[in-house]
Design a protein around this ligand. Structure first.
Ligand code: GLY
Ligand code: MN
Ligand code: MN
Length: 368
């Protein structure tokens, strides 16, 4: 698989007139090579080109891993001294400087640290943005990637099912988040979770990216749980909202509206549709009910090796959906100091429409 992926990538580089790409360890680095190096204070840089074998500069301790992986590449290593490191980067420059004076990078990933090393190693290099090339490459998932996301969804849903019977009033958000984390690992998630679970109760549920606190669940609370698992590097990102006992009518009302907005957003997904139309379909439902000002984020984001990646499901986004794109649909309403609701599904665009990989019920469930 990695070989096909790599030759596909080389074609993309040629189409975009990119002769040289420099990556530090990142999801794209993993996507291209299958190598999952730690990002640390000892630099690792991979140089990729359509015109030569990939060249990796890694610290000595990573030689074995780089050299024995199934990814065919040339490896240069350095020891613990600054001089040895500089020598390795100078040697790399000698090997590749004829390819181009332009080096494409990932602006969201490349650190000033490695940039300065590269500038020092070859002052003639000019740095350009590889975002468009890499987005085109990664945005459409192949069957293997989709199955990995599907598995990450199954694992996350299993973990929630194991956790739900343990939820009771008096339990703190932090205890619940810990239990869910344990269940994610027991259900088979890779330990590098896509993000720490969000558990937000009562007024905290009005904060879309709340961090779990010591607040204890009480009757009348809305409870947002936003969690995900990882499988083969690919992630899931799901949100469900629950009620603890009886809740007030306004909170019940927003739960119903968000469920309708989620339906409407999911139903709008099909190949050929601009992303902005999916956002509009969800947002219109919330606007029409008079809660538009309380839906304070985009309707969704791409998922894959990262929990937030293209496509952006946001107002005005013209990018056209096509089969294999995977993203969330996650409308919400957040009433400050009162409570919030979000319902988040993981969607894949199919040849004829869309499939929700998430299967858990979306209607408000009463716990406790
Ligand atoms: N879990 C963060 C998000 O849904 O974007
Ligand atoms: Mn999300
Ligand atoms: Mn989420």
């Amino acid at each position: 698989m990695a070989i096909n992926r790599y030759s596909h990538f080389q074609e993309g580089m040629e189409a975009h007139n990119v002769d040289l790409l420099a990556l530090i360890p990142s999801p794209t680095f993993f996507y291209l090579s299958g190598l999952d190096f730690h990002l640390m204070e000892r630099p690792i840089v991979g140089f990729f080109s359509p015109r030569r074998q990939p060249l990796l500069v890694v610290p000595e301790l990573e030689r074995e891993r780089a050299g024995t992986s199934s990814f065919e590449c040339e490896v240069l290593t350095y020891g613990e001294s600054d001089a040895s490191r500089e020598a390795a980067f100078s040697q790399a420059v000698e090997k590749i400087k004829g390819l181009s004076t332009k080096v494409s990078i990932e602006p969201l990933r490349m650190r000033a640290f490695e940039m300065q090393l590269l500038e020092h190693a070859n002052p003639e290099w000019v740095f350009t943005n590889a975002e468009v090339l890499l987005r085109e490459l990664r945005i459409q998932k192949d069957d293997v990637e989709i199955e990995s996301i599907r598995r990450a969804v199954i694992v996350a849903e299993d973990a929630l099912r194991q956790t739900l019977p343990q939820i009771h009033s008096g339990m703190s958000e932090r205890e619940l988040a810990s239990e869910l984390t344990i269940q994610l690992l027991k259900a088979g998630s890779e330990p590098d979770l896509p993000f720490n679970p969000i558990v937000a109760s009562g007024p905290n549920s009005a904060l879309p990216h709340a961090t779990p606190t010591d607040r204890q669940l009480e009757t009348g609370d809305l409870l947002i749980i936003d969690w995900g698992a990882r499988h083969n590097g690919y992630i899931s990102d799901i949100t469900r909202t629950f009620a603890i006992g009886e809740i007030d009518p306004e909170l019940l009302q927003i739960a119903e509206i968000v469920a309708l907005a989620n339906d409407s957003g999911r139903e709008a997904v099909s190949p050929g549709t601009p992303c902005g139309r999916v956002d509009k379909a969800a947002r219109e439902v919330i606007d029409a009910a008079g809660f538009g000002e309380y839906f304070v984020h985009r309707t969704g984001h791409g998922i894959g090796l990262e929990a937030h990646e293209p496509p952006n499901i946001r107002a005005g986004e013209e990018l056209i959906l096509s089969p294999g794109m995977t993203f969330t649909v996650e409308p919400g309403i957040y009433l400050p100091d009162h409570g919030g609701v979000r319902i988040e599904d993981d969607i894949v665009v199919t040849q004829s429409g869309a499939e929700s990989l998430t299967t858990l019920p979306r209607q408000l469930e009463i716990l406790g």
